[in-house]
Design a protein around this ligand. Structure first.
Ligand SMILES: *[C@@H]1O[C@H](CO)[C@@H](O)[C@H](O)[C@H]1NC(C)=O
Ligand SMILES: *[C@@H]1O[C@H](CO)[C@@H](O)[C@H](O)[C@H]1NC(C)=O
Ligand SMILES: *[C@@H]1O[C@H](CO)[C@@H](O)[C@H](O)[C@H]1NC(C)=O
Ligand SMILES: *[C@@H]1O[C@H](CO)[C@@H](O)[C@H](O)[C@H]1NC(C)=O
Ligand SMILES: *[C@@H]1O[C@H](CO)[C@@H](O)[C@H](O)[C@H]1NC(C)=O
Ligand SMILES: *[C@@H]1O[C@H](CO)[C@@H](O)[C@H](O)[C@H]1NC(C)=O
Ligand SMILES: *[C@@H]1O[C@H](CO)[C@@H](O)[C@H](O)[C@H]1NC(C)=O
Ligand SMILES: [Cu+2]
Length: 589
C-alpha cells in the first residue's frame, strides 16, 4: 500500500515537472523503399523504412514535439500512423489512410508534426494502408522528464518488437483480404526482426538472436506486438517480469512469468537479472502465438526465440559451441490456451488515472464484432452461394461491426469531407447503429451483410461507453479493438454474452487500466469508456489484419466544442492531395 502511494507521488511529480520544462523538437527522416532483406536463407523484397526491419525507434521525452519527414520511394501510396499518440486537436496528423488523409504518393514527401503530451511509456508507429504495417513499423519511446519513473529506475532499456516475416506481397495480401477472411500465413515470427534459431534452412548459420544482460541489473523491456494476426505469449526461462505499463499508461506493478500481448498493444515490464542459481547462464526468451481452439481453422504455430545471456558467460563465440551449457527453455502456455490471456489482461490496474472515470454515460454503444457473407459479383472472387461454414470457410466472409462491413471512402478521406461539410456526399456513407440488429447472429450459418462507410457522430465532450461483443459460437477469434486519438478505461471483460444487469456491477470504476487497444476475449465481451474531447474523425478497428482489412471497423466523428480551441483546426497546407480512386492509387502495378 505504502509502495503504491509513493509511486503515485512520483508520477504526480513527473507530470508536474513536464509542464514547465523545455520541450524539444525531435526530427526524423523516414525513407520508405523496397529493399532485399535476407531471412530464412532467402532474399525477400520488403517495403521498409530506412532499409531496416523493424524500422528506427523514435525516442523522445514527454512534452516533446515530433517532426517525421516521410520520403516515399516505394511503389505504394502510404500513410504512417502514430499508434496510441493522442494527437490532441491534431486529427490531421493521425495518418489513417482515407480516414484522415490520402496516401502519400510514390516519389512524394510529407512531414508529420505532432506533440506528445501527458503520455509516458512505449507506443509505436506503423503504416496505415493495406497490410504494409507488417513490414513498416517501429517503436515510439516516451521517457519521463528528468527520468522520473514511478518505479525503480532501470539500468538499461531493451525494446522487444514481436513481428512476423511475410514473404508474400503485403499489398496483394490486402486485396485478397478485402473480399474474404482468407488465411494467408507469414513465414516466421520474429523478435526484433530476427526469426531466431528455431528456423532452419539449408546450409545456413542459425539465426541466433542474443540479448546480453548483466547480473544484478534492472532492464526495462519495451514490448510491442507489431504482427498482423496473432496475440503472443512472451516468457523468459527462469525469470519473472514486473509489468509497469501498457499502451503508454502506468499500471500498478504486476508480477508474472508470462506476458500476453495482442496486435497493437505495448507492455513495459521490468526484468531483474537476478538468477543466483546459474550465474552466467543462458535462457530462452520465447514469443509464441496463441490461436483459437478447433473447429477454428488452425494456423501454423509461430514461435520466435532469442537467447538472454548473462554476459559474464564468457566470449560470445562460445554460444554455438557444443560444449557450452544448454540454454534453458521456458514452459510455454498451450497454443490454444485463451485463459492465460484473459487473466493477464484482467489483472492490470492503473497506477494513477488521468482523470476520474466518468459515471454518467451519454452515449451507450453495443458493438457486435462479427462476420457476414458478402458476395462481390463484379469482384475478384467468384460468389459462393452456400452458407455452410464447413464448406466455404472464409471465402466471401467479411468482418463486420453491427452488421456493417466497413468500406474506406473511395475518393475523399472522411476527415476532409467532414471539415468541408461534405460527409453526406460520400455515397457509401451509413450511420453506425448503436446496437446490433440482433444481439447475436453468428453460428453455423453465416448471414448476408453489406459494406458501407459507417460513421457514428459523437457530440463534443460526450461520455461514451462501448461494449464490444465477440461471437459466441463457431470459427472465431478474440478481437483487439483499437481506437485512434483516445485512450479508454477498460472497465470489465467477461466470457459469454454481455448482460448489463449482471455485468455493470463488475465494472472497475476505481483503477481500471487505460489503453488504446483492448483485447476483447474470444467468446466474450469487454466494456470501455472515454470522453469524446478530441474533435475529428477517428478510426476504430480490430487490429487483426484479416479482420480490419475485411471490414471489422467503423469511425467516430467527434464534433467541435463551443470554442475555437475545442475545434478541429484547418488541415496542414501540404496534406497529400487526393485525385484518383483510392483502390487504384494504392498500388502501382
Ligand atoms: C525461400 O523462397 C522460396 C521461393 O520463393 C520458397 O519456395 C521457400 O519456401 C523459401 N524458404 C523459406 C525457408 O521460407
Ligand atoms: C523529398 O525529400 C528528399 C530528401 O529530403 C528530396 O531529395 C526530394 O527532392 C523531395 N521530393 C519532393 C517531391 O519534394
Ligand atoms: C532444425 O534442425 C535441428 C537439427 O538439425 C533439428 O533437430 C530441428 O528439428 C530442426 N527444426 C526445424 C523447425 O526444422
Ligand atoms: C488474475 O490472475 C489470476 C491467475 O494468475 C486469476 O486467478 C485471477 O482471476 C485474475 N484476475 C482477474 C481480475 O482476471
Ligand atoms: C456443412 O457441410 C458439412 C460437410 O459437407 C456437413 O457435414 C454439415 O452437416 C453441413 N452443415 C450444414 C449446417 O448444412
Ligand atoms: C444484415 O445486413 C444484410 C444486408 O443488408 C441484411 O440482408 C440482413 O438481414 C442483416 N441482418 C440482420 C440480422 O439484420
Ligand atoms: C465537459 O463535461 C464535463 C462533465 O460533464 C463538464 O464539467 C465540462 O464543463 C464539459 N466541458 C465542456 C467544454 O463542455
Ligand atoms: Cu477482430
Amino acid at each position: 500500500m505504502a509502495a503504491a502511494a509513493s509511486m503515485v507521488f512520483f508520477l504526480a511529480v513527473a507530470l508536474a515537472a513536464a509542464s514547465n520544462s523545455d520541450a524539444a523538437l525531435v526530427e526524423h527522416t523516414f525513407v520508405v523503399s523496397q529493399v532485399k532483406l535476407n531471412r530464412l536463407c532467402n532474399d525477400t523484397l520488403m517495403t521498409v523504412v530506412n532499409g531496416q526491419f523493424p524500422g528506427p525507434a523514435i525516442e523522445i521525452t514527454e512534452g516533446d514535439s515530433v517532426a517525421v519527414h516521410i520520403v516515399n520511394m516505394s511503389p505504394y501510396g502510404l500513410t504512417i500512423h502514430w499508434h496510441g499518440v493522442l494527437v490532441q486537436m491534431n486529427c490531421w496528423a493521425d495518418g489513417a489512410g482515407m480516414i484522415t488523409q490520402c496516401p502519400i504518393q510514390p516519389n512524394n514527401n510529407f512531414t508529420y508534426r505532432f506533440d506528445v503530451v501527458g503520455q509516458e511509456g512505449t507506443l509505436w508507429w506503423h503504416a496505415h494502408v493495406a497490410s504494409l504495417r507488417a513490414s513498416i513499423h517501429g517503436a515510439l519511446i516516451i521517457r519521463p522528464r528528468a527520468s522520473l519513473y514511478p518505479f525503480p529506475r532501470p539500468d538499461k532499456e531493451i525494446p522487444i518488437i514481436i513481428g512476423e516475416w511475410w514473404e508474400m506481397d503485403l499489398v496483394q495480401l490486402d486485396r485478397r483480404l478485402r473480399n474474404g477472411l482468407l488465411f494467408d500465413m507469414p513465414s516466421a515470427a520474429t523478435i526484433n526482426g530476427k526469426p531466431g534459431d528455431l528456423y532452419n534452412c539449408s546450409g545456413a548459420i542459425k539465426e541466433t538472436n542474443i540479448l546480453s544482460i548483466e547480473h544484478g541489473k534492472k532492464y526495462l523491456l519495451r514490448i510491442v506486438n507489431a504482427v498482423l494476426n496473432s496475440e503472443y505469449y512472451l516468457k523468459i526461462a527462469g525469470h519473472k517480469f514486473t509489468v509497469v505499463g501498457a499502451d503508454a499508461n502506468y499500471v500498478k506493478p504486476y508480477t508474472t512469468d508470462v506476458i500476453a500481448i495482442a496486435p497493437g498493444q505495448t507492455v513495459d515490464a521490468l526484468l531483474v537479472a537476478s538468477d543466483a542459481h546459474n550465474p552466467g547462464g543462458r535462457y530462452y526468451m520465447v514469443a509464441k502465438a496463441n490461436q483459437p481452439p478447433k473447429p477454428a481453422i488452425q494456423i501454423s504455430r509461430f514461435i520466435s526465440r532469442a537467447t538472454v545471456q548473462y554476459n559474464n558467460n564468457g566470449p560470445e563465440s562460445k554460444q554455438d559451441d557444443e560444449e557450452a551449457d544448454p540454454v534453458t527453455a521456458p514452459e510455454m502456455p498451450d497454443e490454444h490456451d485463451q485463459i492465460t490471456s484473459f487473466y493477464f489482461h484482467g489483472n492490470l490496474t492503473s497506477l494513477q488515472l488521468p482523470h476520474p472515470v466518468p459515471v454518467n454515460v451519454d452515449e451507450r454503444l453495443f458493438f457486435a464484432l462479427d462476420s457476414g457473407s458478402f458476395c462481390d459479383e463484379g469482384g475478384s472472387l467468384p460468389c459462393v452461394k452456400t452458407t455452410n461454414m464447413t464448406i466455404h470457410r472464409f471465402r466471401n466472409m467479411v468482418g463486420t461491426i453491427n452488421n456493417i462491413s466497413f468500406q474506406l471512402p473511395a475518393t475523399t478521406p472522411l476527415l476532409q469531407a467532414h471539415y468541408y461539410n461534405k460527409v453526406s456526399s460520400i455515397d457509401t456513407l451509413r450511420d453506425m447503429p448503436d446496437r446490433a440488429p440482433r444481439m447475436f447472429y453468428f453460428s453455423e450459418t453465416i448471414e448476408p451483410t453489406s459494406k458501407a462507410t459507417s460513421v457514428r457522430r459523437l457530440p463534443y465532450n460526450a461520455t461514451v461507453e462501448i461494449v464490444f461483443q465477440s461471437p459466441l459460437l463457431g470459427d472465431t477469434f478474440a478481437n483487439p479493438m483499437h481506437l485512434h486519438g483516445y485512450n479508454f478505461f477498460v472497465l470489465a471483460q467477461g466470457f459469454g454474452m454481455y448482460r448489463p444487469e449482471r455485468d455493470v456491477k463488475r465494472y472497475n470504476l476505481v483503477d481500471p487500466p487505460v489503453r488504446n487497444t483492448v483485447q476483447v476475449p474470444i467468446f466474450g465481451w469487454a466494456a470501455v469508456r472515454f470522453v469524446a474531447n478530441n474533435p475529428g474523425v477517428w478510426f476504430l478497428h480490430c487490429h487483426y489484419g484479416h479482420h480490419s482489412s475485411s471490414g471489422m471497423a467503423t469511425t467516430f466523428l467527434v464534433e467541435n466544442g463551443p470554442t475555437l480551441d475545442m475545434s478541429l483546426p484547418p488541415p496542414p497546407e501540404d496534406l497529400p492531395a487526393c485525385s484518383e480512386n483510392y483502390n487504384t492509387r494504392l498500388a502501382y502495378e
